[in-house]
Design a protein around this ligand. Structure first.
Ligand code: IPM
Ligand code: MN
Length: 353
């Protein structure tokens, strides 16, 4: 009997539903080919529901998600809702509550995709960033003192636990070991200034590195990383870093692989349920125009299948994306400039599976 996976679908806001539709098209196609089934359940979390009912993310819904094999998210963010409310209330809350402690962001320049980096080729841009996803400056720890007075104090605390840092670093070492590249793991921090947080990261990294002597371990300060990502991206294989540094450097990394149209991410709880999403936002101005690039979401779908154990199907998607890009039919990775509609890009990739 073929296996059935339960997938929670969160189309979300703006162009989210349009890209998720194509993502589903692709994973269904590949499921048929590889003889497994997908059982989808839709969740209408996002701006529309919030504006209508005031509900952001009911606790009971978070509980329900734990019963799924994976979650597939379009985008969160609505122009009529103050920025941050939905992002924190849905996206970050899910990452925290479901303990999705790894944010995995592969950075790969596919053939025929334009990079803003002069003379860099697909073989130069192929790394994976492991971002800690449940601690650091994202926990919301801190507060105001004397708010709205000239003496106001704002404190935003970076929480780094040995437990949280170590599990992230261990994940990164394992990933590096399983990846057929340079077998190098680079810790990205700011040890010259963050004498507590980055120090804990570095000590933990050095301790775990002793168990992986066959791998190369390296260190880079986050400011220098920004420079080297642009000048010598080929130096990097796997990079591990904290939540905020990871947020920042993965946007930089996304643009060198061709932009938000193609960059995917996974919020991973290796022991629980994981959530996959395109890195881009809800892009409200493109809503309903059928011009948004669905490839990032399709790539996120491949990551999802890989994580639930359908590696062959994930590879099939990757190959189809490479073929579609190689065909030259997709003119650009940018919304409105693809030369094809959102649906047509999905159809093209589906036809190549
Ligand atoms: C991301 C996003 C989120 C983050 C926002 C929307 C809260 O930028 O997934 O990188 O900061 O983590
Ligand atoms: Mn970000």
């Amino acid at each position: 009997m073929s296996k059935t996976y339960k997938i929670a679908i969160l189309p979300g806001d703006g162009t989210g539903p349009e890209v998720i539709r194509e993502g589903i098209k692709i994973i269904e196609t590949v499921a048929k080919k590889n003889d497994f089934k997908l059982d989808f359940t839709d969740y209408d979390l996002g701006g529309k529901r919030y504006l209508k009912t005031g509900e952001i993310l009911p606790d009971s819904v978070t509980e329900e998600f734990k019963k799924f094999d994976a979650m597939y998210l379009g985008a969160i963010g609505h122009p009529d809702v103050k920025p941050g409310i939905l992002e924190r209330g849905i996206l970050l809350k899910l990452r925290f509550e479901l303990d999705q402690y790894i944010n995995l962001r592969p950075v790969k320049l596919y053939p025929n995709v334009e990079t803003p980096l002069k003379d860099k080729k697909p073989e130069d841009i192929d790394m994976i960033i492991v971002r800690e996803n449940t601690e650091g400056l994202y926990t919301g720890a801190g507060g105001f003192l004397k708010k709205d007075t000239p003496q106001e104090v704002a404190i935003q605390e970076s929480i780094n636990t040995r437990f949280g840092v170590e599990r992230c670093i261990r994940y990164a070492f394992k990933l590096t070991q399983n990846r057929a590249k340079n077998n190098k793991l680079t810790l990205c921090g700011k040890t010259n200034v963050l004498t507590y947080a980055s120090d804990l990261w570095q000590r933990t990294f050095n301790a775990v590195a002793k168990e992986y002597l066959q791998l190369t371990s390296d260190y880079v300060n986050v400011d220098a990383a920004c420079m080297w990502f642009v000048k010598n991206p080929e130096w990097f294989d796997v990079v591990v870093t904290d939540n905020l540094f990871g947020d920042i450097i993965t946007d930089l990394a996304a643009i060198i692989q061709g932009g938000m149209g193609i960059a995917a991410g996974g919020n991973i709880n290796p022991e629980g349920v994981s959530m996959f999403e395109p890195m881009g936002g809800s892009a409200p101005k493109y809503t309903g125009l059928n011009i948004i690039n669905p490839i990032a979401t399709i790539n996120a779908g491949a990551m999802m299948l890989e994580t639930i154990g359908e590696s062959k199907a994930a590879k099939d998607i990757d190959n189809a994306v490479i073929k579609a890009l190689g065909s030259g039919k997709i003119k650009s990775m940018s919304a409105g400039k693809m030369g094809l509609s959102t649906t047509e890009v999905g159809d093209l990739i589906a036809s190549l599976i």
